[in-house]
Design a protein around this ligand. Structure first.
Ligand code: PLP
Length: 396
């Protein structure tokens, strides 16, 4: 039987020092060596397995990282300070002597701004393409291209990337396929579909409580080791490391991530079905009306549903903001950026979370000004939530 993300997380066990059922938090910034020779060899990269200094590696961060590697079915992983740190360090490590990246145009606003405004100054050129247009991808690849970059489920339009096909293209041109799986932990395992490196903003579903900023890079042992190399590692030398306290929190929360993902999906599916019945223009991958419903069914791990993200088309940004405000007053959800919280969060991406994307590019990716993005929470009775929504929606 194929292993599931849930089972892989479950089967990884760490104990506390005195046999506790949870591991301890190892806060030490530095570690003693009984033999000074071992320290010298650790610096020379001749000795493995010694803890040196917490910017290099930390036992608690390593435990969280192992659990993320289990979730994403990769050889290794590394927890870092934020999702942006995961993206920036991964790409800087891969592009250390410059070159080109072919990236999906529909990426997170911060990623888009990093690619468009900062990377060119570091001799890294990014060519943005429609990730569904495979011939456009092939055409954008040059001899200098090293990386193909996309998000599993695009933000905010919820288009599914064909990771299998992207992986074929990447292999053919010897590129590294990097996938941001922030929207779909448990639901989709990009490494199973051919991704080389999978990154997450753990600030979202993996935390689940909107109370911390964190990220992770899941990849081969070799790539993770390169990130913490004392002479060339992007994480080691730029320093956006994960704190041991955060790592411990997230380590514990990973046990209930599968349960939370299912709960998000159940609530979102109920609302999406009901919205459709009420002729509300809703975009949700779990609906037969979604253009890629069948593709989703092929790509997702069964049992987790279609996720917690949803969008509703309104005529204008003003109307979308007005609806969101009224819904907030009715205690349907909160008007706030981010996603993956236990409660429903709402934003109008075109003027907020995707505002870094130029008007021209927004048009190219067909992002309309009036799109309301919802990250559906699982708290509260779903029928009550629906009633509140319909009452407000009918009156705007
Ligand atoms: C939030 C987000 C990021 C950035 O993560 P931070 O933890 O805020 O740095 C990257 N990608 C996606 C898809 C996101 O939603």
């Amino acid at each position: 039987m194929r292993t599931t993300p849930e089972q892989r997380i479950r089967d990884l066990q760490h104990f506390g020092e005195e046999g506790g059922v949870v591991p301890v938090i190892d806060l030490a910034a530095t570690a003693t060596f009984l033999n000074p020779k071992d320290m010298e060899q650790t610096f020379l990269g001749e000795k493995e397995g010694c803890y040196l200094y917490s910017r290099h590696s930390n036992p608690t961060v390593n435990m969280f990282s192992q659990k993320m590697a289990a979730l994403e079915n990769t050889e290794s992983a590394l927890g870092v300070a934020s999702g942006m740190a995961a993206i920036a360090c991964t790409l800087e490590q891969l592009m250390s002597d410059g070159g080109e990246i072919v990236s999906s145009l529909t990426v997170y606003g911060g990623t888009y701004a990093l690619f468009k405004n900062i990377f060119p100054k570091q001799n890294i050129k990014v060519n943005f393409v429609d990730v569904e247009d495979f011939s456009a991808i092939e055409q954008a690849i040059t001899p200098r291209t090293k990386v193909l970059y996309a998000e599993t489920i695009s933000n905010p339009l919820l288009k599914l990337s064909n990771i299998k096909k992207l992986s074929e293209i990447a292999k053919k041109h010897k590129l590294t396929l990097v996938i941001d799986n922030t929207f779909a932990p448990c639901l989709i395992t990009p490494a199973d579909l051919g991704a080389d490196i999978v990154i997450h903003s753990c600030t979202k579903f993996i935390s689940g409580s909107s109370d911390m900023i964190a990220g992770v890079i899941c990849a081969s042992k070799e790539f993770i080791a390169s990130l913490i190399d004392v002479n060339h590692g992007a994480v080691m030398l730029k320093g956006p490391v994960m704190d041991a306290r955060i790592a411990h929190e997230l380590y514990m929360r990973l046990d209930h991530l599968p349960v939370r993902m299912k709960a998000h999906s159940v609530a979102a599916q109920f609302l999406a079905d009901s919205f459709l019945k009420n002729n509300i223009p809703v975009i949700y991958p779990g609906l037969k009306t979604h253009a890629q419903h069948a593709d989703y069914q092929n790509a997702i791990n069964t049992g987790y549903g279609f996720g917690g993200m949803m969008a509703i088309e309104l005529e204008s940004a003003e109307k979308a903001m007005h609806l969101a405000q009224a819904l907030q007053n009715e205690k349907f959800g909160l008007y706030a950026v981010s996603l993956g919280f236990s409660r429903t969060l709402m934003t109008v991406p075109a003027i907020t979370t995707s505002s870094e994307i130029t008007a021209d590019d927004q048009q190219k990716m067909k992002l309309s000004k009036g799109l309301l993005r919802l990250s559906i929470g699982y708290t509260g009775n779903e029928s009550v939530m629906l009633e509140r929504f319909l009452k407000i929606y009918k009156n705007i």
